[in-house]
Design a protein around this ligand. Structure first.
Ligand code: PAF
Length: 302
């Protein structure tokens, strides 16, 4: 079964490392089209030299599964660009932080099986050819569309799901992936903007001075989640956030990395999405609004 990973970001490279370790055939769909060696250091400090073979976009129809570990704001444009090269049987896996893009993808690809996934695995990418695996997390995934056509023999659902299960391990499949996406959004709404604003590693959020802001963000997010029909208990959200802070303590969050490198962040799809839903529902979310304002102001000064 052939797997294509779109982009050359930290999570995409982490998947390349997993493929390499599991001897799974894969290709990277990148803009540069140049073969290169990715030097990846895994969580056990083992160094792997991985030969990356870029796949031209017009060869994409050869892949059975296409994983898109790209930023939330890039998804709609990426899918529109890939669309002319896709067959209806090919499975698309969306793997990003934040919410608010699924409907656009479903509209663009009404016939393909689509899986939404979110991960708390952590990686740091100091440059285009170097990767450090910095935290062992968990991946949540589930189908948001089953596809119109029956899959071909060589790539049936069972093989496809088994491959993703081993590649994204430890992972958890959900019948209702939206609940899991909200649960992860609640974690990103705390860790990402706070680490970016205070320029700290995830683990530093365990310090007592961050406790009350963490509680405020979780309470607001739980209120919005409940009003949207999802289950959320503020104290459980706080516990989950603390768990991720602990398991990814040495990691620089993706938003920290975006802000440090003066790149666009995913704030509009994280705290911005919470604020947008809150406004529709008439719920006050001052802590989320403040974080949205602060990160947007930082981005405006690049
Ligand atoms: O965006 C990130 O950095 C990650 O989703 C997480 C889990 C917050 C770890 O840094």
């Amino acid at each position: 079964m052939k797997l294509a990973i779109v982009g050359n970001g930290a999570i995409g490279n982490l998947l390349a490392l997993k493929c390499h370790n599991q001897q799974q055939e894969f290709c990277l769909v990148t803009r540069t089209q140049q073969a290169f060696t990715l030097v990846a250091t895994d969580i056990f400090k083992h160094i792997h030299n991985i030969q990356i073979q870029p796949l031209e976009i017009n060869q994409l129809n050869k892949a059975d599964i296409i994983i898109l570990p790209v930023k939330a704001y890039q998804i709609a444009d990426s899918v529109a660009e890939l669309k002319p090269h896709l067959r209806a049987e090919q499975t698309l896996v969306l793997l990003h932080n934040g919410m608010g893009v699924i409907e656009a993808v479903k509209a663009l690809l009404p016939n393909n099986p689509i899986i939404a996934a979110t991960t708390s695995h952590a990686a740091y990418k100091p440059n285009a050819t170097t990767l450090f695996e910095t935290g062992l997390g968990i991946c949540h995934l589930g189908y948001i569309a089953r596809g119109q056509n029956s899959p071909p023999q060589r790539c049936n659902n069972t093989n496809r799901d088994a491959l993703l299960t081993s590649l994204l391990a430890p992972c958890c499949w959900h019948a209702n992936i939206e609940q899991a996406l909200w649960d992860k959004l609640a974690i990103n709404a705390v860790i990402n903007p706070l680490t970016a604003l205070h320029q700290i590693k995830n683990g530093q959020l365990a310090q007592p001075q961050y406790h009350s802001i963490i509680e405020d963000i979780c309470l607001e997010t739980a209120n919005v989640m409940t009003a949207c029909g999802f289950s959320a208990e503020p104290s459980i959200l706080v516990d989950r956030v603390k768990h991720v802070i602990e398991t990814t303590s040495v990691n620089y969050s993706s938003m920290y990395q975006d802000i440090t490198h003066k790149r666009q962040s995913e704030i509009l799809f994280i705290n911005g999405y919470i604020c947008q839903q809150a406004q529709i529902l008439g719920i006050n979310v001052p802590a989320n609004q403040n974080l949205l304002k602060c990160i947007t102001a930082l981005e405006a000064h690049y």
